[in-house]
Design a protein around this ligand. Structure first.
Ligand SMILES: [Zn+2]
Ligand SMILES: [Zn+2]
Length: 224
């Protein structure tokens, strides 16, 4: 990979990964950010049709908000986990729970709505691992369930890993930590061990700033 460009759309970090003059986009942020996105592409002198793939780290409204529009404008192929397919087709959020159990029904009521973003049919469906051909051979997409059951991460040969909400600084903390919202907290730890095993060095979360893997490694190892 030649370059990583971070673009904040709403309260979500999206990332453009460049190889030569073509791009992979990781997530698309919250809704109504398409114009902002196109403006930023223009600032970087990037033509939208140079974006070849869009990796959706998981089916949550703050990662899929502009997906339908950006897919149409770029003509990019959308990559998602097989557990996300039905959700994306309906514009629905993936199931989650929260550490503070008394807030569970509140958060589910907030997320579990009929249609929260425009439906999209993914083009490439990931099961356990997806590897790119042509340009992108140094990037792998792996299934990293926990935050949601459809969570995937993209990792390159240098150990840069894009994890969506598997770690977060959100809402106000800048210290990286494990999310307090997850479908399965045990699976989340298993997935972190997998990410570390894949040789991750630097973590790019969807909320908060990038950080070195050591910061989360300690938190994961503490959980046996
Ligand atoms: Zn999420
Ligand atoms: Zn999020």
């Amino acid at each position: 990979m030649d370059e990583i460009i971070r673009i904040k759309l709403g309260f979500t970090n999206t990332f453009l990964l460049r190889v030569s003059d073509e791009y992979i986009l990781i997530d698309v942020g919250t809704s109504k950010k398409t114009k902002k996105f196109l403006r930023i592409l223009d600032d970087y002198n990037i033509s939208p049709d140079k974006i070849k793939y869009i990796v959706i780290t998981h089916a949550h409204f703050d990662h899929t908000g502009c997906l339908a529009e950006i897919q149409k404008i770029t003509g990019a192929q959308v990559i998602a986990h097989k557990n996300a397919v039905d959700l994306l087709k309906q514009g629905k959020n993936a199931f989650v729970g929260i550490k503070i159990k008394r807030f569970n029904s509140l958060i589910r009521r907030k997320l579990d709505k009929p249609q929260v973003y425009h439906p999209v049919t993914p083009d490439i469906i990931v099961d356990d691992t997806y590897t790119f051909e042509e340009y992108w051979t140094d990037i792998r997409v792996i299934h990293t369930p926990g935050h949601t059951l459809c969570s995937i991460s993209a990792i390159d040969k240098n150990g840069n890993v894009f994890v969506g909400d598997s770690a977060m600084g959100f809402p106000i903390r800048i210290v990286p930590r494990l999310p307090i919202i997850a479908a399965d907290f045990n699976l989340l730890i298993t997935s972190w061990k997998k990410i570390i095993g894949e040789g991750a060095k630097k973590v790019y979360p969807a909320h908060g700033k990038p950080f070195k893997i050591d910061k989360i490694r300690k938190k994961v190892e503490r959980k046996k």
